[in-house]
Design a protein around this ligand. Structure first.
Ligand SMILES: Nc1ncnc2c1ncn2[C@@H]1O[C@H](COP(=O)(O)OP(=O)(O)OP(=O)(O)O)[C@@H](O)[C@H]1O
Ligand SMILES: [Mg+2]
Length: 240
């Protein structure tokens, strides 16, 4: 059975979709069949971030409502065992919990890893998806507002019985300045165990905007380490 990983954050714009795209590529490069599910309904970004040119007539809502099979709706990204399932175009689409759980169970049967890219905040889709996932990865940036919102996300998820939570600290500048002195303060502030650290990087930003893979470098290493850790291997946490 595959694993479902929900990618969440309290504050919006911390880099969930960017992390989802590069982590999915890293997992597929490590030989794991990987599906990316866009669950930020009404707002599409992952086709651009993954450089998908092929489009399907179907989306996630069509699979949920059994109008098509998952293999008809998910489009391949390159030839590496990576697929994208677009979200519903309807921003008000909220599947009920039972329907969403059985959809994610179907994903577990078809793929080694399913990454669910969520909207920011603490809404129904976020709580429902994290409760149904095997692991929630909370993406935080090292600024005080993001850290506080991430701590609140973690508390709300715990109240909903979501205990399997790990932290990705994204957009870490070479030198941390201001209210957050170091990464330990981010860890203490959120109270979540660390899964990985991703540097702030203009190369990464450019690759994301162009929908192309990362060139070998510290950014690529950061994602392949996070992917390897997800698969149960031991890798160093630092990127420097
Ligand atoms: N490590 C990074 N280095 C530099 N820029 C980054 C990094 N991660 C993300 N970004 C940039 O931050 C911006 C927000 O990223 P992204 O859209 O992935 O965030 P998000 O959390 O998915 O946002 P939303 O909550 O709106 O869905 C983008 O411009 C992206 O290129
Ligand atoms: Mg996003």
């Amino acid at each position: 059975m595959g694993k479902v990983v929900a990618i969440a954050s309290g504050k919006g714009g911390t880099g969930k979709s960017t992390v989802t795209a590069f982590l999915a590529r890293a997992l597929s490069e490590q030989g794991r069949s990987t599906l990316v599910v866009e669950a930020d309904f009404g707002l599409r970004s992952l086709d651009l971030l993954l450089g998908v040119t092929q489009h399907s007539l179907y989306d996630c809502a069509d699979v949920l409502e059994q109008r098509c099979r998952i293999s008809e709706a998910a489009v391949p990204v390159g030839k590496m065992g990576l697929w994208l399932l677009s979200g519903s175009n309807d921003p008000d689409f909220v599947p009920d919990a039972r329907q969403w759980n059985s959809f994610l169970q179907l994903c577990r049967r078809c793929y080694d890893y399913t990454l669910v890219d969520l909207p920011g905040g603490l809404g129904t889709m976020v709580r429902q998806s994290c409760a149904a996932a095997d692991l929630t990865l909370a993406v935080v940036t090292p600024d005080p507002v993001s850290v506080r919102d991430c701590a609140q996300l973690s508390r709300v998820l715990l109240q909903n019985g979501v205990e399997s939570q790990k932290l990705i600290i994204n957009q870490v500048p070479k030198k941390l300045k201001g209210a957050i002195g170091d990464l330990d303060e981010v860890l203490d502030g959120t109270g979540i165990m660390l899964q990985g650290v991703v540097p702030f990087s203009e190369e990464l930003q450019a690759a994301a905007l162009a929908g192309r893979p990362l060139l070998p470098g510290k950014e690529q290493t950061a994602f392949s380490n996070i992917a390897a850790r997800l698969c149960g291997q031991t890798r160093p946490l630092a990127f420097r």
